[in-house]
Structure formats: structure tokens, C-alpha cells
Design a protein around this ligand. Structure first.
Ligand SMILES: *[C@@H]1O[C@H](CO)[C@@H](O)[C@H](O)[C@H]1NC(C)=O
Ligand SMILES: *[C@@H]1O[C@H](CO)[C@@H](O)[C@H](O)[C@H]1NC(C)=O
Ligand SMILES: *[C@@H]1O[C@H](CO)[C@@H](O)[C@H](O)[C@H]1NC(C)=O
Length: 242
């Protein structure tokens, strides 16, 4: 019985200790560490927003795409770092790890669950939207693309394999460029469930992977308004390009 009581006490203490760690990160230390870890050439103050900055909330809200999940009053959010240089990313990662603060990375990709802007523990947002340069080398048919460049702007490309050990933030990719043929044919067909979208999707699964490499056939399901008001259906948008 004594052991059980001791164990319960130990558990309770553990919870208290981990709670204390979660609710009280040393924000001051973190901010000092950030300044210390970045040089005067690319000062972090230019890209750092804390609740003391008037644009803090508007910057947060402008990127929270799923409003059901965004919480501008969330006191867990300590700072937003809109990195413009590799050293900003490096300092954020190192300092957050040192002070036990979670990092959420927001960039241009899809994030339906709000994982890049909400957290149940104190966190900082590492915003990658400033990192969007592209350097094209036509002679070697390659390009260096910074992490945030939207996929549509890259047009046709192919990723080289990138191995990411443990935690890392990808700053840029090297991609191989492929030539776009002189004539490019594209067509798009929409089908709702009522119009047989299920059959089309089934056929797509069977043929898409067997088509020649030059043909690109994509199927994208989306929720859309149904024929009757208030009703919803699924629209399958199929795109073929060659
Ligand atoms: C500042 O950085 C140096 C190393 O670059 C380190 O030795 C020092 O402890 C840091 N100071 C603070 C307050 O983080
Ligand atoms: C945020 O506020 C600090 C302190 O007033 C200031 O030095 C910094 O430049 C501000 N950051 C931005 C991005 O405006
Ligand atoms: C398919 O649906 C989308 C969204 O409503 C619409 O923008 C597009 O024009 C439609 N395409 C065709 C070929 O009907």
C-alpha cells in the first residue's frame, strides 16, 4: 500500500513538473537567444513579431485558413518568426529546443487541421512565406527553389530525393527541369456522384498508373452543392494533359 501511495505521489509530482514546464516556458530567454543567434547583417528583429507588436494578431489571423481552428486570443502563441534568411530558421530551431518551446511551421501547403497554427502547449510559428526565390540554370536543366515557392509557380518539375534526419526545416530544393512540349493539350471533366463519379474514379485507379509518362491524368474529389438546395454532393474533377 505504501508503494502504491508513493507511486501515486510520484505520478502527481511528475504531472506537476511536466505541467510547470508546459505552462511556463522562458519567453525572455527565448527572445534573447534568438537575437544572440543571429548576426547584425540579418537582424531577427526585422522578422520577429511578439504580442507587443501591433501587427501580431493580424499576421496570425491572415494565415489561419480554417477559421474554426484559429484562436487569435491563444496565449500559447509566443512569437511569429517570418524568416528571411537561413540564420533566422536556425536560431528559431536551436532556441526553441533549448527553451522547450514547440515550433509550428507555416508555409504555402494545405493544412486542413490547423497544425501549423495551433498547439495545446506554448509554441512559436516559423513562417516561411518570405523564402520563395528561384534560381534557374537552363544549361543543366536544374533549379534551386526555396521551400515556400508555390508548386504552380514551379510548373513542371521533379524533386530529387531528400533525406531528412530527425527534425529539420527544408530551406530549398534542387529540382530537375523537364522541357514542356510545343503543343500541350489539356482537358477537364467534372462528374458529380449522381453523374457516376464513383465509376469514373474506379476506372481512374485502374488506368492512371499504366498510362505513358507523357500523359498526366489527375482525379480530384471535392464537396460541392447538390442539385437540390441545401444538398451536398461530391464533384470529381478529372484533368488530362499530354
Ligand atoms: C550567445 O551565443 C554564444 C555563442 O554564440 C553563447 O556562448 C552564449 O552563451 C549565448 N548567450 C546567450 C545569453 O544566449
Ligand atoms: C516588433 O516590436 C519591436 C519592439 O518594439 C520592434 O523592434 C520590431 O521591429 C517589431 N517587429 C516588426 C516586424 O515590426
Ligand atoms: C468544373 O467545376 C469547376 C468548379 O465549379 C468549374 O470552375 C469548372 O469550370 C468546371 N469545369 C467544367 C469543364 O465544367
Amino acid at each position: 500500500m505504501k508503494e502504491v501511495a508513493a507511486f501515486v505521489l510520484f505520478l502527481a509530482l511528475l504531472v506537476l513538473v511536466s505541467d510547470a514546464k508546459v505552462t511556463k516556458p522562458n519567453t525572455g530567454n527565448f527572445l534573447r537567444c534568438l537575437s544572440n543567434g543571429t548576426g547584425p547583417v540579418h537582424p531577427i528583429t526585422d522578422v520577429l513579431l511578439t504580442p507587443a507588436n501591433s501587427t501580431f494578431v493580424s499576421s496570425y489571423v491572415s494565415y489561419t485558413k480554417n477559421k474554426r481552428l484559429s484562436n487569435p486570443k491563444d496565449t500559447n502563441l509566443i512569437a511569429i518568426i517570418a524568416a528571411k534568411h537561413g540564420s533566422h530558421v536556425q536560431a528559431t530551431v536551436v532556441c526553441a529546443k533549448f527553451d522547450g518551446i514547440q515550433i509550428r511551421i507555416r508555409s504555402g501547403g494545405h493544412d486542413y487541421e490547423g497544425l501549423s497554427y495551433i498547439s495545446s502547449v506554448p509554441f512559436v510559428i516559423l513562417d516561411m512565406h518570405n523564402l520563395r526565390s528561384i534560381v534557374v540554370d537552363v544549361s543543366s536543366k536544374t533549379a534551386w527553389v526555396e521551400a515556400e515557392l508555390p508548386w504552380e509557380k514551379i510548373c513542371f518539375g521533379r524533386f530529387v530525393a531528400v533525406a531528412v534526419p530527425a527534425f529539420g526545416v527544408i530551406l530549398s530544393w534542387k529540382i530537375n527541369l523537364v522541357e514542356v512540349p510545343k503543343t500541350l493539350t489539356v482537358f477537364k471533366v467534372n462528374k458529380t456522384l449522381e453523374q457516376g463519379a464513383t465509376d469514373v474514379l474506379y476506372k481512374w485507379q485502374l488506368v492512371a498508373s499504366k498510362l505513358p509518362k507523357e500523359l498526366f491524368l489527375r482525379a480530384m474529389p471535392q464537396i460541392t452543392k447538390g442539385a437540390k438546395s441545401g444538398e451536398k454532393t461530391l464533384r470529381l474533377s478529372s484533368t488530362l494533359s499530354s
